[in-house]
Design a binder for this molecule. Structure first.
Ligand SMILES: [Zn+2]
Length: 213
């Protein structure tokens, strides 16, 4: 606790995770990568899971990038990002029949990051465990899944989305000691077009993340 920085204390969402990390002695007190702001499930009004979630007692070894294949909204507000998170969770729970959002985190076209599956933010800030996801067959107990709002088959994502994706990946790589080379796209593992043009930019993403680590 004593090593918790004032900077950390001043950031609302950071406090719990930062305190947990300091207590466990697992995360660096003076992180090289800036903490990203991620709105918790509580902040955007997530529903509780409909059943038990599995907590894997190990670190993930990679990040998998997705696009939501939903509309390319021009509403870049945080309110819209929160609504998008609720829409995804409702789809995953009510249509897919899953216990919660499938992905661990969500990134909006306005660059707002939110927690997806309940518990993912705590696990990320703690840096030792992961909540088992439902975003990529065969990788759900190995990979952190980040859903990027929109469809990028013919259109590039907005700069705000790209910038927050870079920041998110850099922080996540740091927290879990994932090499920047271990950032993939959904189509690397499953038969899908996801994440579209974002997949072509994975080398650029890995390089941008590596530069921050
Ligand atoms: Zn995907």
């Amino acid at each position: 606790m004593a090593r918790l920085s004032r900077r950390g204390v001043l950031r609302g969402a950071v406090l719990l995770g930062g305190a947990a990390a300091a207590l466990s002695g697992s995360a660096p007190a003076l992180a090289a990568v800036e903490q990203v702001s991620i709105a918790s499930c509580g902040a955007w009004g997530a529903r509780p899971p409909s059943g038990a979630l599995t907590i894997d007692q190990h670190r993930p070894n990679k990040i998998i990038v997705h696009h939501t294949a939903m509309a390319n909204s021009t509403d870049y507000s945080q309110a819209h990002a929160f609504q998008n998170s609720r829409d995804i969770q409702n789809l995953h729970m009510d249509t897919n029949g899953w216990v919660d959002s499938g992905q661990h985190f969500t990134n909006s076209r306005g660059g707002w990051l939110t927690e997806g599956r309940n518990g993912s933010l705590y696990a990320l800030l703690h840096g030792q465990t992961m909540v088992q996801g439902a975003h990529c067959v065969g990788q759900n107990d190995q990979a952190i899944g980040i859903e990027n709002e929109g469809t990028y088959l013919t259109e590039q994502p907005p700069a705000a989305l790209w910038n927050s994706l870079v920041a998110f990946c850099a922080f996540t790589c740091q927290q879990y000691a994932i090499p920047a080379t271990e950032i993939y796209g959904h189509k690397d593992f499953n038969s899908t077009q996801c994440p579209g043009l974002l997949h072509d930019r994975l080398p650029e993403l890995r390089a941008a993340v590596a530069a921050r680590l």
